[in-house]
Design a protein around this ligand. Structure first.
Ligand SMILES: [Zn+2]
Length: 59
């Protein structure tokens, strides 16, 4: 009964609030739930912008 291990099963479901073993945040640009380890703080903006790694590159 150890099915809490996350498989590499990716559903494009952004509406559910299921977190995958950890804290997530919502990117302000793409509005996707991302693991907190991918958060980037953009200090160029006020208030500061919290975006994911991918969006930060394109800023
Ligand atoms: Zn993003």
């Amino acid at each position: 009964m150890a099915d809490t291990k996350s498989k590499s099963k990716q559903k494009s479901d952004t509406t559910s609030k299921v977190t995958v073993s950890g804290v997530t945040f919502k990117c302000r640009l793409c509005e996707k739930q991302k693991p907190i380890s991918e958060i980037k703080v953009v200090r160029r903006f006020r208030p500061v912008l919290f975006v994911c790694q991918d969006c930060e590159k394109s800023l």
